[in-house]
Design a binder for this molecule. Sequence first.
Ligand code: RP5
Length: 164
Amino acid sequence: MKKVAVIMGSDSDWPVVKEACTQLQQFGIPYEAHIMSAHRTPGSAAEFAKNARQNGFGVLICAAGMAAHLAGTFAGNSTLPVIGIPLKGGAADGLDALLATVQMPSGIPVATVALNGAKNAAVLAAQILAVSDSDLTGKLDETRSRMAAQIAEKEAKLQAELAH
Ligand code: RP5
């Protein structure tokens, strides 16, 4: 299976970003996590992105806060799918990161998840890899069935409460 790269702009991002790694582990998807910055280490970030396909990666997840140019930098240096996680924090509490991540120029997309949406970034990466992996498709289907069963249970509890 192709690997997922989970890149974050700073170690301060890790408490949120590790949710993506946990989810990838649960799906049995191989991944690497690295700290790289579009601003503080622009050379190594560009180098990593340029070599990512030949190094066995299939999806790139990039998480950053504030002036969040990390996902855009990776997208500009690779034709692999890039998923951006804008992170809350700073004076604008993440609105800056959201806009910097999502508002990409035509031709260079970043699939942007919600603020702090690390789990969804991992699920989306799994869905991309599952296009050519039936085992992974099965795991995604099981997860959806579990979610539906949980909702059915909650609905039953609610209706029971309303009936009293
Ligand atoms: C961004 O600046 C990082 O992704 C992080 O969210 C934010 C703050 O970084 P630190 O000053 O905590 O290293 O580039």
